[in-house]
Design a protein around this ligand. Structure first.
Ligand code: NOJ
Length: 573
């Protein structure tokens, strides 16, 4: 009831904020109090995997102690929230997304005490922590599955999804096509087939089973009690699916999301769930829930793939359409935007011809492509051009949501295509020119560091870039600070403005008495556009980047010139 009241009040306050004429409201850079509860709406999220971030004891694995040493670096970068990739015990078949104990900590990366010290140190720096919640499946090494497969009478048998006969669609609905051969595999011990959306060593939990639901709540409660501010919920559409005859068209049980939302907030009022749900905009509504009773956040995968199309071709239309289509979420909800994450860039929602254009530009070699739908490269190596990389980050920071950055992207790290599947983009963090990129002193590291070519640690690393005023790291740190000075981007209402050019994007944000205009040129040719702002009369535009100022012409138009992949942010006064 308390939560419902809170959502209702917040909705009313937000709707009122949006309805008021900006001229009537009091300008304030300090957000009003209720915004603190909705901290996720305007936070910079930084995703890292402890085991490849910083090794403090020379065993070749990054660890919590190493991460603690680097917290000041993250603070300086402007990180508000650390999203920890899975850190529980695992046989590591899927880089930790195959968990063998939901309540434990991988002993290679630290002890419970190390973890708690990390949580304390993050809090001391006012950095929140969220973690991956991987409850669609377990590892096949998890004691629950071991008991379930051994003994038909075990209470754990019904925690998984079984079939005595081979289901007719046993080889349909794979998430990793080309690598994964089936979704139903035969288990000799169990003498039955079990369902797995992902690899065959990741049996799906039976989320319909109340005992599983109870255990999920226990896991959530357990980690919230350690000080977690929320979760990145893995594989949401698969977690809530009712396994049926057609794996390509399953029924979804959205109540599971509402129940999770309720439980999370009962335990911790301002905790949030950030969903990994790559869904069509037509399906997004029930994921956010009525009145924001679903997940508070989702990654905007739909916009992401259309953004890569725009970056590859200079043609904006599909991207602006995707932005419009994903507008209109509940006021307490928020999108998380990203450029690259720990997986392949999933281009599955583009048309074949659009996808081929992105492949041609960013992943022409077969070795760069994955699962018949994506590209397994990091941003810098894919784009290559510094100006286009800046364009992409400027855009990420201008998107109507919370920006999420994967470790190393702030440096422009590259990929190692010799590593299999998505491991190509999961190489150790590059700290310095020291041995193993300053990541570890071990003779063998968990994964090889990138030591050759233009993205080698000798060139791309934190120390070198910190000392270079023109580096990507320093540029991005400044841009992040600038974004933080403009809460209207995460909080405000936004509109796309007509620029008359198929490759120039102009977005205007308004919130309280503030307004900013962000313009981005996706073309490799310089462009000059004319545009008209939404609210009139507007007297001037002042660039937040180069401080240039301009007045509107007599017909209220502004002329904006942008170089190749140029961008500018303006304060509207
Ligand atoms: C989505 C994660 O992002 C991916 O890395 C993982 O392999 C699957 N879920 C399975 O957990």
């Amino acid at each position: 009831m308390k939560k419902l009241l809170f959502i209702l009040c917040t909705t009313i306050v937000l709707v009122q904020c949006q309805r008021k004429d900006p001229q009537d409201t009091v300008a304030t850079a300090v957000p009003p109090d209720f915004i603190k509860e909705l901290w996720y709406k305007n936070s910079l999220i930084y995703n890292l995997d402890v085991k490849v971030f910083k090794d403090s004891d020379g065993n070749g694995f990054g660890d919590f102690k190493g991460l603690i040493q680097q917290l000041d670096y993250l603070k300086k970068l402007g990180v508000d929230v650390i999203w920890l990739s899975p850190f529980q015990p695992t046989p590591d078949g899927d880089d930790g997304y195959d968990i063998a104990d939901f309540y434990g900590i991988d002993s290679r990366i630290g002890t419970r005490a190390d973890f708690e010290e990390f949580m304390k140190q993050a809090k001391a720096r006012n950095i929140r922590v969220i973690m991956d919640l991987v409850i669609n499946h377990t590892s096949d090494q998890h004691p629950w599955f071991q008991q379930a497969r051994r003994d038909e009478k075990s209470p754990y048998r019904s925690w998984y999804v079984w079939s005595e006969e081979r289901p007719k669609n046993w080889d349909k609905g794979m998430v990793f096509p080309g690598v994964q051969k089936e979704t139903w595999s035969y288990d000799k011990q169990a003498k039955a087939y079990y369902f797995h959306r992902f690899y065959n060593f990741q049996p799906d939990l039976n989320a319909q089973n109340p005992a599983v639901q109870l255990e999920v709540r226990k896991i959530i409660g357990y980690w919230l009690a350690t000080g977690m501010s929320g979760f990145r919920l893995d594989a949401v559409p698969f977690f809530i699916e009712k396994v049926g005859d057609d794996p390509n068209d399953p029924e979804h049980q959205f109540e599971l999301i509402t129940q999770m939302h309720q439980f999370v907030q009962w335990r911790k009022g301002d905790a949030m769930v950030l969903g990994e749900a790559n869904v069509d905009p037509k399906e997004q509504k029930p994921y956010f829930g009525e009145q924001g009773t679903g997940m508070q956040m989702m990654f905007n995968f739909y916009a992401n793939q259309h953004l890569f199309y725009a970056l590859a071709t200079g043609e904006l239309k599909p991207f602006t359409k995707a932005l419009e289509e994903t507008k209109g979420i509940p006021p307490t909800a928020q999108w998380a935007y990203f450029l690259r994450n720990h997986d392949e860039i999933d281009l599955g929602r583009l048309t074949e011809s659009q996808r081929n254009k992105v492949y041609d530009k960013f992943g022409p070699d077969k070795s760069m492509q994955l699962y018949d739908r994506g590209i397994r490269r990091r941003l810098a190596s894919m784009l290559g051009d510094r100006q286009q990389i800046e364009l992409a980050y400027s855009l990420l920071l201008s998107m109507p949501g919370a920006p999420a950055i994967r470790y190393g992207e702030e440096l422009g790290m590259g990929d190692d295509l010799r590593l299999k599947e998505r491991l190509s983009v999961r190489t150790p963090m590059q700290w310095s020119t020291d041995r193993n990129a300053g990541f570890s002193t071990a003779s063998k590291t968990v994964r090889p560091v990138i030591s050759q070519g233009p993205y080698s640690y000798q060139r791309v690393n934190v120390v070198t870039e910190s000392q270079d005023s023109t580096s990507l790291l320093n540029w991005l740190t400044t841009m992040i600070q600038l974004r933080k000075q403009h809460p209207e981007i995460g909080w405000g209402d936004w509109n796309l403005l007509d620029t008359g050019s198929p490759s120039v994007l102009a977005m205007q944000y308004e919130w309280q008495n503030r307004s900013v205009l962000m313009v981005h040129n996706f073309s490799k040719n310089a462009q000059q556009v004319q545009l008209q702002l939404k609210k009139k009369p507007v007297r001037s535009l002042t660039s937040l980047l180069d401080k240039s100022r301009q007045q509107a012409s007599s017909n209220g138009q502004y002329v904006i010139a942008l170089g190749k992949y140029g961008y500018n942010w303006y304060e509207v006064k």
